[in-house]
Design a protein around this ligand. Structure first.
Ligand SMILES: [Zn+2]
Length: 274
């Protein structure tokens, strides 16, 4: 039995799998602010979903930057009281089995690359556009080797542009992230019906995607996250076509297909990889 989780700033999604391939049951609960409480909640829901059957592998994503050995968060804007707490060590102690941790967006991207919209493609670029923007480069079903993780949401698209919560200016997230859309246009992304506004947002996203494609050279670009439910993909593709003329056939943009479970599928892929 495997325990899988996806810990975001607001909610955590927890699932179990008995065959290592499909999800058996999942549950969503609010993310505890406090780390110790978070560990307790994970244990409690694990017992509940697994009927106290032995857990033989644990994997999950968490919202923030992890240390190089993937044992704990070293920074997080959403769950700062989990930062520098021995997350992997605690999970190992409780479950007595292998534990694998990753950044939440990276794990969502891995799920999409292996089981979702990027399945069958060699090199997948994934961008998750929700409240903020995360992303990852996947090569042959694995998160590409990296030194500091991937942060495509914090690429600069406008010099001296909008203030980003990370402390710097002009980042893609500060134009296309859900939180910033709400700030700039005074309404939530899902309520915006004005095509002129979406056209403007799509243009910024296309600039970000241009940069992702020229650096990461993907076979396909998968776009997930809540904002993509409203942001017209064809508008983005049209802007991209007009700015990325270097490649006769730029990679296709596709929408993610796994929804909120992408991170849990990514966690399964992470266990399978090891
Ligand atoms: Zn930023």
């Amino acid at each position: 039995m495997y325990l899988l989780f996806d810990i975001g700033g607001t909610n955590m999604r927890i699932g179990i799998s008995s065959n290592g391939n499909t999800l058996k049951e999942t549950k969503i609960v609010p993310t505890p602010e406090n780390f110790e409480q978070g560990i307790q909640t994970l244990k409690q829901i694990s017992d509940e979903l697994s009927n106290k059957e032995k857990i033989t592998g644990v994997a999950g994503g968490i919202a923030g930057v992890l240390d190089q050995d993937k044992t704990m968060l070293i920074s997080s804007t959403h769950i700062n009281r989990w930062v520098k707490k021995p997350f992997k060590q605690e999970l190992k102690k409780i479950f007595g089995c292998r534990v694998f941790l990753e950044n939440d967006a990276a794990l969502g991207g891995l799920g999409e690359a292996v089981k979702g919209a990027g399945a069958g493609k060699n090199i997948v670029a994934y961008l998750g556009i929700g409240t903020g923007i995360g992303g990852v480069r996947i090569v042959e079903g694995k998160i590409d080797k990296n030194s500091l993780g991937f942060e495509p949401g914090h690429q600069i698209v406008v010099i001296d542009g909008n203030q980003c919560h990370c402390g710097n200016k002009g980042h893609l997230e500060a134009y296309v992230g859900g939180l910033y859309i709400e700030k700039i246009y005074q309404q939530r992304a899902e309520n915006i019906k004005d095509a002129v506004i979406w056209n403007q947002i799509a243009k910024y996203l296309a600039v970000g995607l241009n940069n992702v494609i020229v650096h990461w050279s993907p076979d396909v670009v998968v776009l997930g996250g809540s904002v993509m439910k409203s942001l017209p993909l064809d508008m983005t593709a049209n802007h991209l076509k007009s700015i990325l003329t270097l490649f006769p056939q730029p990679p296709q943009l596709v929408l993610a297909t796994l929804g909120h479970d992408a991170g849990l599928y990514g966690a399964l892929a992470l266990i399978a990889e090891h």
